[in-house]
Design a protein around this ligand. Structure first.
Ligand code: HEC
Length: 101
């Protein structure tokens, strides 16, 4: 088990680019069971990226939008949104703002 964690950690360190790492973060947080690159129940990533690209280059936008997602007030109550940590919510919103690649 320890070895597996060490290997995973090294893999994480060597992750070729941040966008890929953020996609992994989305997977680890269960986002992929509802959101995908194509139409499912939830809005697909490209649609969300398109919606949120207006925040590109705005300082603090990712954390503000991440908080909204976590609070779940604007949307239906979705557990996966509400159980995100503030850090992960910010990082995932930044990933979406940057195009969800
Ligand atoms: C249980 C299914 C489900 C899971 C899991 C899920 N979502 Fe969602 N998400 C939805 C649905 C459904 C909507 C549309 C809600 C609405 O518009 O009322 C949505 C909307 C969103 C929106 C857009 C809100 C808006 O309308 O502007 C974002 C951003 C988002 N999800 C990100 C995430 C992230 C990041 C994760 C992983 C932590 C995640 N979602 C996990 C179902 C899910």
């Amino acid at each position: 088990m320890k070895n597996i964690c060490a290997v995973a950690f090294i893999f994480w360190l060597l992750a070729p680019n941040l966008a890929y790492a953020d996609r992994q973060l989305a997977m680890r947080n269960g986002c992929m069971s509802c959101h995908a690159d194509a139409e499912m129940d939830a809005p697909p990533w490209p649609e969300l990226a398109n919606k949120y690209k207006k925040y590109q280059g705005q300082a603090g936008a990712a954390s503000a939008q991440g908080e909204k997602l976590r609070k779940g007030k604007l949307f239906q109550n979705i557990k996966a949104h509400q159980t995100l940590s503030p850090t992960n919510a910010t990082e995932l919103m930044q990933w979406i703002i940057d195009g969800a690649n």
